[in-house]
Unconditional design. Structure first.
Length: 223
């Protein structure tokens, strides 16, 4: 992102001196140290969802994986909210408000994934067609997740603060919401927007697999 002096379009840091840079690095280090395990948890949960969507397992097994993965995602985003709170106000203009807004957005994502966990638990695995349809209905909910990760998370991961976070080992989990390599523009909301797009495709694939298994069962019965 182009910078003019110490200002960026999305984020204005408080001052141009070494003190600001030092405080920015300290904040990023504290946040990323706490966030690292949560980012790994998000990556692992998304991997489990991807593997489940491509498997030929019975609906009960797929349901268990989805439920567990959404639960882990819910816990992970709640943990990221705690990491932001623990790091304190970012050293930027309106840092207190930014911290509060980012925490609220992360907690909203946590609640949304917990809602998906509950929805997964309620799917009817005894009826393959009903199970596949249930997964498709969850796709619409996943598509709404991209609207939850809003301005606060984008601002938190922009400018010098975002650059400092990208340099921290804890925040460099490949494909994580704050991985600098995953988002060259530094917006860093891949985990809240792009990640849900992947999950939408995974849920759709799982539904397709369930339909395919149902058709195979029907053909075998006719045979």
């Amino acid at each position: 992102m182009a910078m003019a002096g110490c200002a960026t379009l999305a984020l204005v840091l408080t001052g141009c001196g070494d003190d600001t840079a030092e405080r920015t690095e300290e904040w990023a280090a504290e946040f990323c140290d706490a966030a690292g395990p949560r980012l790994q948890q998000i990556q692992a949960a998304n991997t489990s969802l991807a593997e489940a969507s491509e498997s030929d397992e019975e609906p009960e097994v797929v349901q268990e994986v989805y439920s567990e993965s959404y639960g882990r995602l819910s816990d992970a985003y709640a943990g990221l909210a705690e990491a932001v709170e623990g790091a304190g106000d970012p050293p930027v203009d309106d840092g207190e408000q930014l911290r509060e807004d980012a925490t609220a957005e992360l907690n909203a994502l946590s609640e949304s994934y917990d809602g998906l966990r509950e929805a997964s638990d309620e799917l009817d695995t005894a009826d393959r067609a009903a199970f596949a349809e249930g997964l498709r209905e969850m796709v619409g909910q996943l598509e709404e997740f991209g609207q939850i990760g809003g301005d606060a998370l984008t601002r938190l991961q922009s400018g010098q603060l975002g650059e400092a976070m990208a340099e921290q080992e804890g925040c460099r989990v490949p494909g994580s919401p704050v991985d600098g390599d995953a988002d060259p523009d530094g917006a860093g909301t891949e985990g809240t927007e792009g990640g849900t797009a992947d999950e939408t495709e995974e849920a759709d694939d799982a539904g397709a697999d369930a339909d395919g298994n149902e058709e195979e069962d029907a053909e075998e019965s006719e045979g």
